[in-house]
Write a protein that binds this ligand. Sequence first.
Ligand SMILES: Nc1ncnc2c1ncn2[C@@H]1O[C@H](COP(=O)(O)OP(=O)(O)OP(=O)(O)O)[C@@H](O)[C@H]1O
Ligand SMILES: [Mg+2]
Length: 293
Amino acid sequence: MRHDCIFIGLNTVDALALYHSPLKEDEKIHACQLLTDGGGPSATAACAFSQAGGKAALLSVIGQDAWTPFVLKQLRAYRVDTSLLRLQKGLENPVSLILVNGKNGARTIIWNSQGLSARRLKLTAREKERVMRARCLHFDGHLMPDSITLAGEAKKRGLLVSYDCGSAKPGWEKLAANADFFIASHRFARDLGLPPKKAVQYLRRRFGFHAAVTCGEKGVFYFCERENNVKLLKQRAYKAVDTTGCGDVFHGFFLAAALKDRTFEQALAFAQKAAGLKTRRLGGRAGIPELKA
Ligand SMILES: Nc1ncnc2c1ncn2[C@@H]1O[C@H](COP(=O)(O)OP(=O)(O)OP(=O)(O)O)[C@@H](O)[C@H]1O
Ligand SMILES: [Mg+2]
């Protein structure tokens, strides 16, 4: 099978609790709702991309423990191809604890990737060929050494390269050097020490790719080629219940539209609509809306 996009990076198990009363340390807080969901930036973006109509695979190292059947079931529920996943003995699947403030949808995530950033994929030559047959590779900055190599090779072979840059991880510049689409979070702009608008300008000038920075409920700043300037695509207001996974969903829907030859701005607008709708439900994947690119 030829994949439209292969998503390379982190998969997590998300344990979410929705609360309404103020959080206090060393107290017991009543949860209004509890949910166990699949999570992780690349894995959730793959689910969103698939929901929007694309053929997706996840390339990652996942643990072998009691969560493994759940992890696989959650991905397959979205028809994400799991045949490239490496199951590693002795590795525990990362579980993120997520506290969601039901009043404004703000999420506090306590996480640990179980050392994924330094792990190696060890692809066989045949597997590498399969990866290079895709139309696009999407990276989230985990699995950095292999991501840099794969992005370099993908670029040479004419595949599209997309990078969800959530924070300034070591190696981000090398990965960015081969990106066609670079959509960062406002947290990454903060790491750069720049306001989002300036960050877009700086990134576009330095790397020449399609650049954008998402800013939660405010919207997304992006470089408009037509006007040779940074513009803000405002986000429609929602009564947000949970913003977990909004960025990941944004990326999945963005790529689904971009691979249907929509312009950068059109694809961003589609992604924004999907990410906005996501805020209405608890869970990064449980909240993926039913939209087709
Ligand atoms: N409160 C909100 N209301 C409406 N839309 C939102 C809200 N929060 C996020 N979004 C939508 O989701 C997109 C991505 O959000 P954000 O900038 O918070 O991503 P992120 O920092 O990468 O988060 P994530 O942890 O999900 O990766 C925004 O551009 C916006 O379209
Ligand atoms: Mg993000």
